[in-house]
Design a protein around this ligand. Sequence first.
Ligand code: MN3
Ligand code: FE
Length: 306
Amino acid sequence: MPHIAFTTTSRRLDRDLFPMRLYQKAKRLGVWDPASIDFRQDQQDWASFTAQEKDLIWLLLSLFIAGEEAVTLDLLPLIQVVAQEGRLEEEMYLTTFLFEEAKHTDFFSRFIEEVAPFQPVGNGDSSAPQSLAAYHTENYRHIFYEALPQALQALRSDPSPAAQIRASVTYNMIVEGLLAETGYHAFFTMLERNNLLPGLRKGIAYLKQDESRHIAYGIYLLSRLVAEHPQEWHTLESQMNSLLPFALGVVSDAFARYEVVPFGLVEEDFIHYAMHQFSKRFERLEKARFANLDDLQRLAQAELDS
Ligand code: MN3
Ligand code: FE
């Protein structure tokens, strides 16, 4: 498709548009460097952990690292649709989004290499896992190996509002909003409470900041789609509901592994936090059904501020 006009030569960048505000923020806050985080205390902490404690950390790392890789690999089709629609401000923000996901992959990967290596990554200890994929259960595989790539890759041949809604619900609401947020929150809280792995905590604190912009963009995008196409509300609702059991299953599977859960982790806390994330986003999106553009920006801003 040829270009008919350019945004920057026919009007100017809309700097008040919500994604443009996210872009400004990302330029300031999204530039932390995983390579500059100090893991020396983390290495000492790691050496003092029991086998069960190491197992739980490896499990959580296996969920995060593959999740970050998946969101890095699968975002492109959404960026492509936004670019094809000529939404320059949104695409500008999305360049930081993909950069940040790559950085998250970089961060967890570096932590695993330097603090918690599994066998092929240089751990000669035979109690270290052969592969971190062994921790991925059916529920996890359903979301990260199948539903996420499927919903995003569908956009290559079907850029319709319904397909965009399915993609963004899967990516921004379920994978990021429910799973990543719950995981980071609980992981961070557990480490903070026990004053462990300060380098990992520092990285996760940065990650959470980046992630809050990603989810706020998802709220903006879904609100925009639902406001423009109210008849697609049921697509959003059914995609949210169809993935929820698998997402909660990921949490339960992790706890089912242990008779006594290391570090005093409590399943209830995770499930409760996860459900809270789900309903909070759902309520926000419900408001978008009857919203105008100004309302949308307010909804997305409320997400960012929360
Ligand atoms: Mn991420
Ligand atoms: Fe993200």
